[in-house]
Design a protein around this ligand. Structure first.
Ligand code: PHE
Length: 486
């Protein structure tokens, strides 16, 4: 027979003193243990050795839910309303609505109707006061002493949060024939060493010591440790890919002006394109002052096309609209400002950051989401470079099949939509293009600028295999723990 551990020896010695069933409490008491886990694991070990038999029985029982506990304290809703009616037989529906909370009167009347109270012309009518009293009394008794065997379980289970049915597993242990025959000498507890410490190894004690063997086949619980949220982990991975590709990261504010978010990008002020990105405008700050000279340049470009070959959008450009505060609708608002500050130094910049749009929440939309944005500005930057950069990025993310389709954005020409193949289908992940002269010229940018903006949540759905975007933000611990390490 394999070596028994000390707790197993102690438990078997105890079970040899009486041959019937033992409950957990009895074992804890006789073995002088406080920790249930020791008893359960010793019982498990002895059962594996065939020395003990474990029996488990499950028993259903009823406990009170939140509403049940409240009812126990304040009285059942039907009881409170019934008492009110019984004491003043002339009360009307209106009196009930005045004396009880709105959320109580409706359901309460429903319960009373079920008990035989009727309402005619706003007045209550009932015949058998005694029967109603009795039934309410029975229900109250049930709450004071709930039992799964009571026929009222069905009634209470149909009411919200009054009771909960729980299943309790009751375990008992019984010694087997083999267990009875283990000689008492074999059950003396021995001093075993469980931890190998430097002190032990330095002394000579280890030479004669008994070591506790490891049972590598024992069931163990999954260690739960802190870890990054999958979304954060994905952002980190994206960051490291762009850093590896020679990009620098840009971080900037959520609060921006319509000027930078739209006008700088040649999105016309009175055009449906502005509605394309439903915007959260701010009350505070509702206006953010912009440089007058800059406003004049945008005005010029928007109205007439300025010094570019463009003829602009025509109409009247409003500086007030330009200076309105908003929550950025895309991260392009930040890359364009970076370029405005550094118009002549070639650069590769990216951002993974949060943006806001007035979207109704559904399976694929959230009003707050993230974009993966990037620009390359250098002499000779071109469409081929843009497409191959995006392909490289998605390939590194694990999506080697990428294609682009022609698209339209007011600030790029040509404009592209980027798609990756996933499970045999092409999925649209974002937009890209080369900034138009109407965007670059007023800011003094001379080299071509490749730009893109991609949805991060879309990508997260692919990487994490989700079909509902909301799963990312509902803090479902079970799901979070089981996510792959990215
Ligand atoms: N800003 C665009 C969006 O919000 C994406 C984009 C960025 C398109 C840069 C072209 C160039 O969808």
């Amino acid at each position: 027979m394999a070596e028994l551990t000390n707790p197993e020896r102690r438990m078997l010695r105890t079970l040899q003193t009486r041959h019937g069933e033992w409950t957990l409490d009895e074992i804890l008491d006789k073995c002088e243990w406080k920790d249930q886990a020791i008893a359960v694991s010793a019982g498990h070990g002895l059962t594996n050795h065939g020395l003990v038999k474990t029996s488990k029985t499950s028993k259903k029982s009823v406990i009170l839910g939140d509403e049940g506990l409240k009812a126990l304290e304040n009285g059942l809703l039907e009881k409170r309303i019934w008492t009110f009616i019984k004491d003043n037989p002339s009360v009307s529906m209106k009196d009930i609505s005045n004396s009880f909370e709105r959320y109580e009167s409706g359901p309460g009347i429903g319960l009373l109707k079920g008990l035989g109270v009727s309402i005619t012309g706003g007045q209550f009518e009932f015949d058998d006061v005694k029967a109603i009293d009795n039934e309410i009394e029975l229900r109250t008794k049930f709450l004071e002493n709930p039992s799964f065997e009571d026929p009222l379980v069905e009634h209470f289970n149909a009411r919200k949060n009054l009771i909960e049915i729980v299943e309790l597993i009751h375990t008992t242990w019984k010694i087997t024939h083999d267990g009875k025959n283990v000689p008492s000498e074999a059950l003396i507890e021995i001093k075993q060493i469980a931890d190998i410490t430097p002190e032990l190894l330095q002394s000579d004690d280890w030479k004669d010591a008994q070591f506790r063997p490891y049972d590598v086949e024992l069931e163990a619980s999954m260690p739960i440790s802190g870890r990054s949220h999958p979304m954060q982990a994905l952002i980190e991975r994206i960051r490291s890919i762009f850093l590896e590709m020679g990009f620098s990261e840009l971080v900037d504010n959520y609060v921006q002006t319509a000027g930078w978010n739209m006008d700088a990008l040649f999105i016309p002020q009175d055009h449906p394109a502005r509605e394309m990105q439903d915007t959260f405008y701010l009350d505070n700050p509702d206006t953010i002052n912009l440089d007058k000279q800059l406003l004049r340049k945008w005005k010029n470009i928007h109205e007439t096309g300025g010094d570019t070959e463009s003829s602009g959008w025509g109409g009247n450009f409003s500086e007030d609209i330009s200076q309105r505060g908003l929550l950025r609708t895309h991260t392009t608002v930040n890359t364009i400002q970076y370029l405005a500050k550094n118009p002549t130094t070639p650069c590769r910049v990216f951002a993974v950051d949060r943006v806001f749009r007035k979207e109704s929440i559904d399976r694929t939309h959230l009003p707050e989401f993230h974009q993966i944005e990037g620009i390359i500005m250098e002499p000779g930057a071109n469409l081929g470079m843009l497409v191959s950069t995006l392909k490289t990025f998605y390939e590194k993310m694990g999506y080697p099949e990428v294609r682009v389709r022609p698209a339209y954005f007011p600030y790029t020409e040509p404009s592209l939509e980027v798609e990756v193949k996933w499970k045999g289908k092409w999925l649209e992940l974002g937009g890209a293009g080369i900034f138009r002269p109407e965007v670059t010229e007023p800011l003094g940018i001379k080299d071509p600028v490749c730009a893109w903006g991609m949805g991060l949540e879309r990508l997260a759905m692919l990487v994490l295999g989700l079909d509902d975007i909301r799963q990312l933000y509902i803090s479902d611990l079970e799901w979070l723990r089981n996510q792959p390490i990215l």
